[in-house]
Design a protein around this ligand. Structure first.
Ligand code: EZ4
Ligand code: CO
Length: 412
């Protein structure tokens, strides 16, 4: 197991530690250490279901890693994916994703290069990111977009509260830091697709009037429409040429995107809840989407995400990785190395982490003029201050529930 012929060297994994902390919000991090004292980090955060992944790792995965050669990244990935018997699923794939990420971090540190150099080197100087502007109403959202534009963002996602609905998921009320979960028990939001569809084109009409045609504008539907509704919304948004319309429908049924595609040229993005290439293979091969949004942690790591990007490259689909606050700085860094190195990169989501989070995860990635760069520190360029992390205890938190006005459960 793990001895390489010829080299006579090994780099055995001697320790695997699962660190759960909550600097402002919950994060699960895997720390793998090798016999020569090098360690690597991997994000294993599954928002609202964190401890399931922590237990999967500490109870079932870490014992399998001890003594294994950390240099064999692909073989270890295959061993954990095929060896589990129970393939795929968000808990399994976030766990495998953490191992894969930590091993790339270790390899970069061992070879003294940033991870993107191991992935073929930079395809671009820096990575375009988009920020989250939102407000309770159109006016507040316009002000939030203006604030992001002032900070240099070239691409901005705009979400607004909807007149007639009390609270709406994805709306952070004009704050620069937005947290999607609620502590202890989930909030329940009320939803009306009719009110929403009537409102959103007015929001973007206003934003284009205010900001002109050059700023990239994005919008997230959070899986809340049916395909024909999404077709209508996409068509009505065409005059405002969005960069993308995200998660228009729940995507378990990949062929539902055919119907949306028949009706609109608004570019479509999906994938933040996917966890394997089989979740998006039809979407990509039939060219039903424009951007695949899978992130390193939930797709099973840097290794499988690169394969997904290669498939997408053949079909004119670009990457647009999920990067909300629940993806830790370790995942963001891994994502930036990936983004820099794949030729069909499109955009990277960047929701700023809180100052508490940033202090617990010191990092070398930087933001300037709407672009990010992972930095040139060997490995991923992110650390974890374990002492400080230990002062932020885990507290159960949930993503909200969405119900229609008559009480029926709706999608997010
Ligand atoms: O709902 O990260 O595009 N970003 C989003 C996020 C996700 C959360 C889920 O954990 O849709 O706000
Ligand atoms: Co989203």
């Amino acid at each position: 197991m793990g001895e390489e012929r010829g080299s006579g060297l090994t780099m055995r994994i001697v320790d695997g530690k699962v660190i759960v902390c909550s600097p402002g919000r919950n994060f699960v991090t895997l720390k793998l250490t090798t016999e020569d004292g090098i360690y690597g980090l991997g994000d294993a955060t599954l928002n609202g279901r964190e401890l399931a992944v922590a237990a999967y790792l500490s109870e079932h995965v870490v014992p399998l890693l001890i003594g294994r050669d950390a240099r064999r990244i692909e073989d270890i990935w295959q061993y954990l994916y095929k060896g589990a018997y129970w393939r795929r699923g968000p808990v399994t794939m976030a766990s495998i994703g953490a191992v894969d990420t930590a091993l790339w971090d270790i390899k970069g540190k061992a070879l003294n290069v940033p991870v993107y150099q191991l992935l073929g080197g930079a395809c671009r100087d820096a990575v375009m990111v988009y920020g989250h502007a939102s407000g309770a109403d159109i006016e507040e959202t316009v002000r939030a977009v203006a604030e992001y534009a002032r900070l240099g963002y070239k691409a901005i996602r705009a979400q607004s509260g909807i007149p007639g609905l009390g609270s709406t998921y994805g709306v952070g009320h004009g704050k620069m830091y937005y947290e999607p979960t609620e502590k202890d028990a989930p909030t329940e939001n009320l939803w009306s697709s009719e009110l929403y569809m009537n409102f959103v084109p007015r929001l973007f009409e206003r934003l284009r009037k205010e900001f002109g045609s050059d700023l990239h504008l994005l919008h997230d539907v959070h899986h809340r429409l049916t395909p024909i509704e999404a077709g209508r919304l996409g068509k009505e948004l065409e005059p405002y040429h969005l960069f993308w319309l995200e998660d228009p429908v729940p995507a378990e049924l990949q062929e539902s995107f055919r119907l949306i595609r028949q009706h609109t040229t608004t570019p479509l993005a999906v994938g933040e809840v996917f966890n394997s290439i089989y979740d998006c293979q039809r979407l990509i091969q039939e060219q039903l989407i424009d951007y695949i949004r899978m992130a390193v942690v939930h797709s099973g790591g840097i290794s499988p995400l690169r394969k997904i990007a290669s498939l997408a490259e053949m079909y004119h689909v670009r990457t647009g990785a999920h990067g909300a606050v629940d993806l830790s700085p370790v995942c963001l860094a891994a994502g930036l190395h990936f983004d820099l190195s794949v030729s069909n990169f499109g955009i990277q989501e960047y929701m700023r982490h809180s100052e508490e989070t940033d202090r617990v995860f010191p990092h070398s990635y930087t933001f300037a003029e709407g672009m990010m760069h992972p930095g040139d520190t060997p490995g991923l360029g992110v650390d974890l201050d374990e002492k400080l992390a230990a002062t932020y205890a885990y507290r159960r938190a949930y993503l909200p529930i969405n119900r229609k006005l008559d009480g029926t459960m709706h999608s997010w």
